[in-house]
Ligand binder design. Structure first.
Ligand SMILES: NC(=O)c1ccc[n+]([C@@H]2O[C@H](COP(=O)([O-])OP(=O)(O)OC[C@H]3O[C@@H](n4cnc5c(N)ncnc54)[C@H](O)[C@@H]3O)[C@@H](O)[C@H]2O)c1
Length: 217
């Protein structure tokens, strides 16, 4: 039986890419597209789906995820900088959130955390397209959280960019730069599909970070 998937934010840049990726996967069925731009509310599709993927906006994702859990529908959240607190302790279905679904970004965060334990200081520069609503990005905030010491974040918003991040570490007479570039939204799709397949079998909820699905805990 394929997993029935609904996409919240289906008319957006990420949501439309997720819809195509789900349609292209043999074990998944795209059963609903919710977006005010399509005239379809999330509540209209909840009865038809096992999992919802939310790529909406920071002030919408918490309420969407609560509605999913209350309806017994698992939810995979990609939206940045939303409030996760109300979802802690919510029971009925599982919640998975990744600040970044690109495998290279997950590795970048891991390497930066490791390097910060050895090098003296670090700063982060995150660069995104100018349609991005939040700053700093969720990825940069999460990277800084994983690193040792106080790590300042600088945000750049320009047309032409997709999602990029540089972690620069400095020590006596040397610097180390760890950089990741998502040059196409396809970079996020393997991670999103993995999360859709695994969210139903999580043994705790919410789980934050693709690393928990990729590596041994
Ligand atoms: N986690 C990741 O790997 C990752 C990667 C890229 C983008 N993002 C984040 O994903 C989010 C979406 O990015 P985007 O570039 O696709 O934005 P976008 O503005 O192109 O799309 C957002 C869509 O959500 C719709 N929407 C708004 N409120 C809604 C609601 N209540 N229910 C359903 N749909 C609703 C909007 O109409 C719009 O079509 C942003 O927060 C962005 O930062 C995360």
């Amino acid at each position: 039986m394929p997993i029935s998937v609904g996409v919240a934010g289906a008319a957006g840049r990420m949501g439309a890419t997720v819809c195509k990726a789900v349609e292209g996967a043999d074990d998944l069925l795209l059963a609903g597209r919710a977006d005010p731009a399509l005239g379809v509310a999330l509540a209209d599709i909840l009865g038809d789906v096992d999992v919802v993927v939310d790529f909406t906006q920071p002030d919408q994702a918490t309420a969407n995820a609560l509605a999913c859990v209350e309806a017994g529908v698992h939810v995979v959240i990609g939206t940045s900088s939303f409030d996760l607190e109300p979802l802690r302790g919510a029971t009925g279905a599982n919640v998975f959130f990744a600040p970044n679904f690109a495998i290279g970004a997950v590795l970048m965060m891991r390497f930066a955390a490791e390097a910060s334990r050895i090098m003296a200081k670090a700063e982060i520069i995150e660069l995104h397209h100018d349609g991005k609503l939040d700053a700093p990005s969720g990825t940069a905030a999460r990277t800084a959280e994983m690193m040792e010491g106080d790590v300042p974040i600088h945000s750049v918003r320009l047309p032409g960019l997709v999602a990029h991040q540089e972690v620069i570490l400095g020590d006596v007479g040397q610097t180390l730069t760890i950089r990741h570039d998502s040059i196409d939204r396809q970079s996020f799709m393997p991670g999103v599909l993995l999360a859709i397949r695994k969210v139903g079998s999580l043994t705790e909820s919410p789980v934050v970070g693709l690393e928990h699905l990729l590596f041994e805990r």
